[in-house]
Design a protein around this ligand. Structure first.
Ligand code: SF4
Length: 314
């Protein structure tokens, strides 16, 4: 579909979207409810996904299992002092945050939204840790507050999911999205670009698939190897190709061009604390990447969805 001209923003950024929705910047408070995941507790496996080191995606302040209300209160106090923040989304991030019975989950989530300055919940989980009963309960909460349910897809290719010991196939993700669609829940997804055995066409094909499947938001991570993972051990034995910065920028640009412009982009790059990162070490941060990707969009005169066949930016 031909689109008339570039929108004011070349991609639909999550922060801006939240600002429009809530009238001001909204900050995430990460909490740790003490979950594990079936890929670590022996239900499916004990080693976990080949790239997973949970320490790499939660701040030290969240590595604790104090009551959720206390974590929310302390997290809010900390962020408020630093940024003069007023509104917050409580983010259940580490491990699989729907991996418990429905009553326990209800108590947990309800405790998190008790605070008057909390305007929403974000719940990260695996697509095989959800069922209709849990979704119905989460949907009830979504009548009261904003709720984003984030499913880790990581790849749409079963061969990759097997190779990284993900413990579920792509059909599990499709089923989870299907069960969640048509409710008040905002559906988020995580994807990884850059597994060395996948091709550029396969990465770009994921943009087409994400545009079809019916998600609302997407977190895009480049494959980065962090210490303490099976992938890091493999890389130490036999280094494999990881994406260079310019290569990733070009790929990302084309990926976003093909992505349905209604999908909110929550993340453009993977991040790991410096001490944990093995490769690739680009020496650039997230802000550099956002600046450079915008520059690339302008140079190429493209934008999110300018090559997508399903919809135009509204
Ligand atoms: S990435 Fe998620 S599902 Fe995989 S082992 Fe880590 S916590 Fe479990």
């Amino acid at each position: 579909m031909e689109v008339a001209g570039p929108p004011s923003e070349r991609f639909r950024s999550y922060n801006k979207w939240l600002k429009e929705k809530f009238g001001e910047r909204v900050y995430k408070v990460i909490v740790d409810a003490g979950f594990t995941c079936p890929n670590r507790d022996g239900t499916l496996a004990v080693g976990g996904c080949a790239y997973c080191n949970n320490s790499s995606f939660r701040p030290p302040s969240a590595i604790k299992t104090d009551p959720i209300r206390d974590q929310v209160r302390e997290g809010i106090e900390y962020i408020r002092k630093r940024f003069d923040a007023k509104k917050y989304i409580v983010y259940f991030q580490p491990f699989s945050n729907t991996y418990a019975g429905v009553d326990a989950l209800r108590r947990l989530y309800t405790g998190a939204i008790d605070h008057p300055d909390v305007v929403g919940l974000a719940i990260g989980t695996r697509p095989d840790c959800i069922d209709r009963e849990k979704i119905a309960m989460i949907d009830e909460l979504a009548q009261r507050t904003f709720v984003s349910l984030e499913y880790g897809a990581e790849s749409i290719y079963d061969d990759t999911l097997r190779r990284v010991n993900r413990g579920h196939d792509y059909a599990a993700f499709r089923r989870a999205v299907e069960m969640t669609r048509g409710r008040s829940i905002h559906i988020g997804t995580h994807l990884v670009l850059g597994f060395p055995w996948e091709t550029r066409d396969q990465w770009l094909g994921m943009a087409d698939e994400m545009s079809r499947v019916g998600i609302d938001a997407l977190k895009i991570h480049h494959l980065h190897i962090v210490r303490g993972t099976a992938l890091a051990a493999e890389y130490a034995r036999q280094p494999f190709r990881v994406l260079e910065y310019e290569e990733y920028l070009g790929l990302l640009c084309e990926f976003i061009e093909r992505l349905d412009p209604r999908i909110v982009i929550e993340r453009l790059v993977g991040e790991a604390p410096f001490g944990l990162l093995v490769a690739p070490n680009w020496g650039r941060n997230k802000n550099d990447l956002v600046r450079d990707i915008n520059r690339k969009f302008e140079e190429r005169d493209v934008w999110q969805g300018s090559r997508n066949r399903t919809a135009a930016l509204d």
